[in-house]
Design a protein around this ligand. Structure first.
Ligand code: NI
Length: 171
């Protein structure tokens, strides 16, 4: 496995705005990408990562919502779709490895019904709620080129990007 570079809004905004393309087949090459993404996410550390965040414009996401001290529980999503969303919203203080050190509240549907392909290409349909619902919607936004700061006011978004750029300049 290999650690990949995580692209941030400091200098990769154009790539992060790319709309990712569907995956044709879940094969060994794709599994290697997912393995590398997972290792990269754990090292960061983070709880979710979309392929575009490592510069690959494919509809692929990895996630692990296990708490510290719990066994690892990696999840893999290929070509995920949201089939249904609750009207009820849930607000959560989000962060993103591509917008490091910035956190802000985003309201999203509290529950979503998902369909996706798993690590071995198996099709899964299930409801997500709580942190799982927050995280999958955040990551699926990445597949459309949308960052969580795009859900904030323009002022907050501009300020967040300026902060990340400054942090990168000053190391
Ligand atoms: Ni993110």
């Amino acid at each position: 496995m290999a650690l990949l570079e995580i692209l941030t809004v400091a200098d990769h905004t154009a790539t992060l705005k790319t709309v990712s393309a569907p995956v044709d087949a879940v094969d060994d090459g794709l599994r290697r990408l997912m393995d590398d993404m997972l290792e990269t996410m754990y090292a960061a550390p983070g709880i979710g990562l979309a392929a575009i965040q490592v510069g690959v414009a494919k509809r692929v996401i990895v996630m692990d919502l296990a708490r510290e001290g719990e066994d690892k529980a990696p999840r893999y999503f290929v070509n995920p779709e949201i089939l249904e969303s609750s009207e009820e919203l849930y607000e959560y203080e989000e962060g993103c490895l591509s917008v490091p050190e910035i956190y802000d509240a985003v309201a999203r549907p509290a529950r979503v019904r998902l369909r996706y392909l798993g690590y071995d290409g198996e099709q899964v349909e299930e409801w997500a709620e709580g942190l799982y619902a927050v995280c999958i919607q955040h990551e699926m936004d990445h597949l459309e080129g949308i960052l969580f700061i795009d859900h904030l006011s323009r002022l907050k978004r501009d300020r967040a990007i300026a902060k990340v750029k400054k942090a990168k300049r000053t190391g």
